[in-house]
Design a protein around this ligand. Structure first.
Ligand code: ARG
Length: 569
């Protein structure tokens, strides 16, 4: 269905641009009145020594004389643009064929050639809550994980646990002074968090606490059995807690190698930095000077000999390259760590690692919750699990009203309630701050996850009503899909694979969610404008085929974004 490739080939005969560049230059006009594909002539102005509108006219005339591919109905020049109009039936048949043949994996490509992409995402901290701020990392990372797999890469999901640092010494002190085993086992991270807060309050007046904490952390470092037992217990409790959230989100990781995993892997990094003359002694600490690059120094060893977050990330980056030989290594982490990653990548580059340029910080903005339903006490963190559960509860209530007769409401409500949150996080470019509001996210008529899932369920319902199977029938009369309402759907389907590719290129899952939304809007318009079941057989069959194609692609789109696609809701 590579219309653009063929159009590029036809154009290539009349201008000096490479086929690749031609392909990249094609765009889709905002309005189909301007054609299905447009070629802007600006880039040719230099080589052809003419203003773009003149070039457009010349190319148009040249194409008309030399002949156009059979799928083209006509070509027009409009100002600096060449606009191509595709024969509707040809367009529809090409798109539906492609979806039929894709076996549920429409838009896949072998761009990755099986190479690994490491995706560091979610990366929660032990004994700290999985709060709403971690949602973006988790959800964006997971979507990228699936998108890269879809494009022939092999994604490696890494949860770089925050499981090292002096705070664990503090936590042990707090637990021993004020904790209670039963309460901790029951309340898990919520109780640990309270202990931690209490420690900080007390430490303001009791300076001795910090010495005790340091001593306990030293015992962890020295593998003292009691210290390790407590530390592992806290870790286990945290992983249990987050495990419930990951289950709800349908997420698994390939590796939980966290910060402590690198304890025995930093010496060689430090040796290597020394050998490469990159370390500088600065007031007892070892640093890599980055002044030349307008950055503060990257501290690698503190004056007391302790390693840092950055030291672990250097060791982790090298470990990942050696273990996975990645084509890319992504870090889905909030924008507050922009500087940290710029420093890490620069140090790797200075160490002579060419692959430093394959490391990408996929940064994102803040998430906050609008309706304060859950922000009980001011300043208190909001646990993601509570937000998810509340979203599911609210969905059940909505479904009670909207579809009282639905069986298995709970299962569908889980997919819809959780999906609403995921969608909300993935509907805008990463760097925008996200405000979450239950009412907006759960509005079945807004640009929301539930709206997309509802459209999918609607396709399922249409097909059930017609007694049609899941497959897209072949041997259709495609002329029956030549009307504007159906063609709008066809164009939206066509746009999907490119959206997946663009999303991977820019590390922006929202490009997929926008394409999915456009498809839903086009299909719902088609659904209202055109009768499907009960039309004369050839027309009914074509419209059902289109419905089946939409259903398939919505399923794929929802899957890539990490949402479920219930058949009824
Ligand atoms: N645990 C860190 C945090 O919550 C994020 C870790 C990100 N990954 C990394 N390799 N530094 O802020």
């Amino acid at each position: 269905m590579d219309f653009i490739t063929q159009l590029a080939a036809a154009l290539g005969a009349h201008c000096g641009m490479s086929e690749h560049e031609l392909i990249e230059t094609f765009t889709t006009p905002p309005d189909s009145k301007m054609g299905d594909f447009a070629f802007p002539c600006f880039k040719l102005a230099k080589s052809m020594k003419r203003p773009p509108p003149v070039i457009a006219q010349k190319l148009c005339a040249a194409l008309e004389t030399s002949g156009l591919p059979a799928f083209v109905e006509r070509v027009e020049s409009a100002g600096p643009y060449l606009n191509f109009f595709i024969r509707p039936a040809r367009y529809a048949s090409a798109v539906l064929d492609e979806i039929r043949q894709s076996g549920g994996r429409y838009g896949t490509a072998n761009t990755g050639g099986g190479r690994n992409v490491c995706i560091d995402y979610s990366s929660i901290n032990i004994a700290k809550p999985f709060h709403i701020g971690h949602l973006s990392s988790t959800v964006i990372g997971h979507a990228l994980y699936r998108i890269f797999n879809h494009l022939g890469y092999h994604s490696v999901g890494i949860n770089h646990l925050g499981d090292w640092g002096t705070q664990f010494g503090k936590l042990i002190v707090a637990y021993q002074k004020w904790g209670d085993e039963k309460a901790v086992n029951e309340g898990s991270v919520r109780v640990l968090l309270d202990l931690y807060v209490r420690y900080h309050e007390q430490a303001k007046t009791d300076a001795g606490l910090n010495d005790e904490a340091r001593a306990w952390f030293k015992r962890i470092e020295d593998d003292d059995p009691e210290a390790i037992r407590l530390f592992n217990w806290f870790k286990e409790l945290t992983l249990n807690d987050v495990g419930r959230v990951y289950d709800m989100l349908g997420i698994t990781f390939d590796s939980y190698a966290g910060e402590s995993f690198y304890n025995d892997k930093m010496d060689r990094v430090i040796e290597e930095l020394k050998a490469k003359n990159l370390l500088k002694l600065d007031k007892g600490a070892y640093i890599v000077d980055l002044e030349e690059y307008n950055m503060p120094p990257c501290i690698v060893l503190r004056s007391d000999g302790a390693t840092l977050y950055a030291t672990r990330d250097l060791a982790a980056a090298i470990y990942r390259k050696e273990t996975y030989d990645f084509a890319k290594s992504l870090y889905v982490v909030a924008y507050q760590q922009d500087l940290h990653f710029r420093q890490i990548f620069k140090v790797l580059e200075l160490m002579g690692y060419e692959w430093a340029r394959d490391c990408v910080h996929v940064s994102f903005g803040m998430v906050s919750v609008q309706d304060g339903t859950l922000s009980t006490r001011k300043g208190k963190v909001m646990f993601l699990e509570d937000v998810l559960n509340a979203s599911v509860e609210k969905t059940i209530a909505i479904m009670q009203e909207k579809s009282a007769e639905l069986e298995n409401k709970k299962t569908a409500a889980k997919e819809v309630g959780v999906g609403a949150l995921i969608w909300n996080t993935l509907y805008n470019s990463r760097i925008k701050d996200v405000v979450f509001s239950y009412d907006k996210a759960l509005n079945f008529e807004g640009e929301t996850g539930p709206y997309v899932q509802y459209t999918h369920a609607r396709c399922c319902a249409v097909m059930r009503r017609a007694g049609a199977g899941d497959e897209i029938p072949a041997a259709l009369d495609y002329e029956k899909l030549a009307d504007e309402a159906a063609m709008r759907v066809v164009r939206a389907l066509f746009a999907f694979p490119r959206a997946v590719r663009d999303a991977a290129e820019k590390y922006e899952p929202y490009i997929v969610s926008r394409a999915v939304m456009a498809l839903c809007q086009a299909y719902n318009k088609f659904y209202y404008d055109c009768r499907i079941v009960g039309e004369e057989p050839a027309l009914e069959k074509s419209r059902l085929a289109l419905t089946a194609a939409v259903k398939t692609v919505l399923e794929t789109g929802l899957y890539l974004l990490g949402l479920g696609a219930p058949a009824r809701m």
